[in-house]
Design a protein. Structure first.
Length: 406
């Protein structure tokens, strides 16, 4: 079953089929799991523009609901990262008279709070109510809505053209990306830039990070596909920069055609993607086979640990945990709990696999023999924080890029 590409209309053929999955960030309450929403987690690639995309259509209102539980400020490393981005914008793009920056999906305001402190005009565009409230409490101005073509005109009328439009870990979530690109073009000033960073297909493939695939990730971007998408909607890809976040992300800078010099990094990364065969269907199919191997390895490790009578728990309940546990068939019989520092996830269950989410204090009070690090992209920060666990003989299980114990 092919679909039409959400960007160019070309044919998208399925390449990776992880089976039936619930929403990554659903986190149902115990006793509230009878009507969980499941969809086929199948990802395909467009034959024409190579954009990697989810085959299923999932209404965005069911994803970014008022209690959307992801808080970008939860990680110290991420907070610093986003403050650093704000500072870079303040020193580069926002130095003119009365500059203006808009952020799509500003979440809890981790980036814009720094901009607000500098007294620079800004606007967060964030449909999820709870996180929007959190950012307002930090002095950030927020518009509660989804960003698309129809949002650009009223925002421009009220605030003027944008010097910067920013988005982090949100643009690849938006199925109506075409409309976002049109809206960005409308909102940008003549020399303005649209900057966004998202998990990078090259890193996902290289590390077999199949858990990056879940309902919210409508797309997994590559430089080649973003360059094509920009061109189709009247923008130009002028710079790319690889960043370490989320196991390997790419930051893309788009501008109006001819407004900015195209940096050499664009050509360099296009060449790397060519060498990696990133735009080829066969590469994704091979990735799917490696994912199945990781699943089998993880299951056999967990089986033998259980046979030895070892206790196992999970650490971190990112949306990714929903994909791994449901794809591998890991439930509370094997992993009786997972801890996560996000209060709104605690007391809830991982969707589908129904592993209870508890606080890190519960983990500390009941240290298992083995902890599966589901928040593997925060390994450095978490292992530093939980040094005591390892010092007392606890071992970490990681499954990216392959199953290993440290
Ligand atoms: P993310 O990979 O999407 O950023 O999500 C990381 C999850 O891990 C998030 O739910 C918060 C959780 N977490 C902890 O529980 N403890 C930590 O020290 C860190 C950094 C994250
Ligand atoms: Zn396409």
């Amino acid at each position: 079953m092919d679909i039409s590409c959400r960007i160019c209309g070309g044919p998208v053929k399925a390449a990776v089929d992880l089976g039936s999955h619930p929403r990554g960030n659903a986190f149902p309450k115990p006793g509230d799991t009878s009507d969980e929403f499941f969809f086929p987690l199948v990802v395909g690639m467009c034959d024409s523009c190579t954009m990697v995309q989810l085959m299923a259509d999932i209404p965005q209102e069911v994803r970014y609901h008022d209690e959307y539980p992801y808080h970008a400020s939860n990680s110290v490393v991420h907070s610093r990262h986003f403050e650093g981005i704000a500072e870079r914008f303040l020193e580069t793009e926002l130095t003119g008279p009365d500059p203006f920056i808009a952020e799509i999906g500003s979440n809890d305001g981790v980036m814009l709070a720094r901009i607000a402190r500098a007294g620079v005009r800004h606007l967060g565009i964030e449909p999820s109510r709870q996180v929007a409230e959190m950012s307002r409490a930090r002095g950030v101005q927020v518009l509660s809505r989804f960003f698309d073509e129809s949002a650009a005109e009223p925002i421009r009328a009220e605030h003027g053209p944008a010097d910067v439009i920013f988005g982090a870990n949100v643009i690849a979530h938006i199925a109506h990306l075409a409309s976002v690109l049109k809206g960005a073009r409308q909102l940008l000033g003549p020399r303005g830039v649209f900057v966004f960073e998202e998990p990078y297909l090259g890193s996902v493939v290289e590390q077999t990070a199949f858990d990056i695939l879940y309902d919210e990730h409508s797309f997994v971007f590559s430089v080649r596909a973003i360059r094509a998408a920009a061109e189709l909607y009247g923008l130009e890809l002028v710079d790319v920069e690889h960043v370490e976040l989320h196991g390997g992300s790419m930051r893309y800078t788009l501008a109006k055609p001819g407004a900015r010099e195209i940096r050499p990094a664009v050509g360099e990364w296009l060449a790397r993607e060519e060498a990696q065969r990133l735009g080829e269907h066969a590469t994704l199919e091979e990735f799917a086979r490696r994912a199945a191997r990781v699943r089998d390895d993880l299951n056999s490790l967990l089986r033998s640990l259980r046979a030895e009578g070892k206790t196992i728990a999970g650490y971190g309940a990112p949306a990714k945990i929903t994909t791994v546990t449901n794809y591998c068939g890991i439930g509370p019989d094997t992993v009786p709990f997972v801890c996560d520092s996000t209060p709104s996830k605690q007391g809830r269950l991982v969707a589908g696999s129904h592993i209870p989410v508890v606080s890190p204090e519960v983990f500390a009070a009941n240290p298992p023999d083995y902890a599966i690090l589901f928040a593997w992209n925060h390994a450095g920060e978490i292992m530093r924080k939980e040094r005591e666990f390892a010092e007392r003989g606890g071992r970490w299980i990681l499954y990216v890029p392959e199953v290993h114990v440290v």
